[in-house]
Design a binder for this molecule. Structure first.
Ligand SMILES: *Cc1c(COP(=O)(O)O)cnc(C)c1O
Length: 399
């Protein structure tokens, strides 16, 4: 296989059919659950939302859960509940999707990008410590690829400096840190239910928390800042009365979506187990390739394996990352790149962020390639990816 002509040079691709990097699994049970809601009295604001919230709370071990229309909306809610406002600095990683720091900007706060650890690609706690100022209000660690960040260190720094920790666990539903579930460790934790994540509601997100004050704020923020809670009303004109007490948003999720979420959650164990098995197969099959570095796993965490990222050793290759990427695409392997460091985006540049802030993240970005990984793949799909990686890498190797 490795001797055959690359598809990018006109050879036959390893796969006849394109393999995406991620994809949802929807089965008959999911469809039935959604149809049942469509035939019921409530499309939104009904019982399916609270059911999904209580099942996510139970799954993560958190006391409270508040569902939102997206993970991004959930992060915005968490930043509101944390009291982040004008002039507040919030420490986060640039090796993530833009939402992890956009939520700070929505509240008028200032994201402070701190570099990642070169092995785990997660926020480097030593650099977090060094970046704290009197204006620091919160830390938003991201559990990159599903491997939990160094939460003990981060929580300790946060307690010492009176900071709020909001975990971006969009990649990490079902992951554990020192045998503790992600979702009940930091002050608030965000999950996303976008279709490439572990379970889906189409669009959707959740904040879990053990803090009743945050819980009430999140509920109210989700629906315009409105409350009907008698004990918290300033006035009371009658039984119809409600009050808008602060500026919130319509960030509600629907019963249609959350019924799908609850049905999907029943399968989370098998979804994660499958991702783990496929990741282990990748590690076994790609381990001997000198030109790539496989993801490093800490011994005291269990990743939920949202993404499988390999790092190219470009000094051992007569090719750029762009060429390797294009060659793999031509072999019908849906490789991707996660992520462009957030502050390199033009909007962030317009805010004054400049290249060079986080050199480790920038160099990782130059070398990363995400291989396909989702629960609907089988071992043959992994072996196709492995064959394509071997074919392309051996072609361009200078070893
Ligand atoms: C998916 C994702 C989000 C945002 O979630 P949405 O549900 O798409 O709004 C935030 N952070 C990270 C790291 C993500 O992967």
């Amino acid at each position: 296989m490795s001797k055959s002509r690359l598809a990018i040079h006109g050879g036959a691709p390893v796969r006849a059919q394109y393999l995406p990097y991620g994809q949802q699994i929807i089965d008959e049970e999911d469809i039935k659950a959604v149809v049942k809601v469509l035939q019921s009295d409530f499309l939104t604001g009904g019982p399916a939302i609270e059911q999904f919230e209580s099942e996510i709370a139970a799954f993560t071990g958190a006391k409270y859960a508040v569902a939102f229309s997206s993970g991004t909306a959930a992060l915005h809610g968490a930043c509101y509940a944390a009291g982040i406002g004008g002039g507040d600095e919030v420490i986060t990683t640039p090796m993530t999707f833009a939402a992890s720091s956009n939520c700070v900007l929505y509240q008028g706060g200032k994201p402070v990008f701190v570099d990642i650890d070169p092995l785990t690609y997660n926020l480097n706690p030593k650099l977090v410590q060094a970046s704290i100022t009197p204006n620091t209000k919160a830390i938003i660690p991201v559990h990159f690829t599903g491997q939990p960040a160094e939460l003990d260190e981060i929580m300790q720094i946060a307690r010492e400096h009176n900071l709020i920790v909001i975990e971006d666990a969009a990649h990490a539903l079902g992951a554990t840190y020192k045998n503790r579930s992600i979702g009940a460790i930091g002050d608030m934790t965000m999950f996303s239910f976008h279709p490439v994540k572990h379970i889906t509601t189409g669009e959707g997100g959740m904040i879990t928390t053990n803090n009743p004050v945050y819980y009430e704020k999140l509920l109210q923020f989700r629906t315009h800042g409105i409350t009907r809670d008698q004990s918290r009303l300033r006035d009371n004109h009658g039984p119809w009365y409600y009050e808008m007490q602060f500026l919130g948003f319509n960030y509600r999720i629907t019963d249609i979506q959350t019924s799908l979420g609850t049905s999907q959650l029943r399968k989370i164990g098998s979804f994660i187990e499958k991702r783990k098995q496929l990741a282990e197969l990748y590690i076994r099959e790609l381990g001997a390739i000198q030109e790539i570095i496989l993801p490093h796993q800490l011994p005291y965490v269990e990743s939920s394996w949202h993404l499988f990222i390999v790092k190219l050793q470009l000094s051992k290759l007569n090719a750029t990352r762009r060429l390797i990427f294009q060659a793999l695409q031509k072999e019908n392997i849906g490789v991707n790149v996660h992520y462009i460091p957030t502050y390199l985006h033009p909007y962030y540049e317009s805010l004054g962020f400049q290249k060079g802030i986080c050199p480790v993240a920038e160099s990782c970005y130059e070398e990363f390639i995400t291989l396909p990984l989702f629960a609907g793949m089988d071992q043959e799909d992994v072996m196709d990816v492995v064959a394509a990686v071997k074919k392309v890498i051996s072609h361009y190797s200078n070893q």
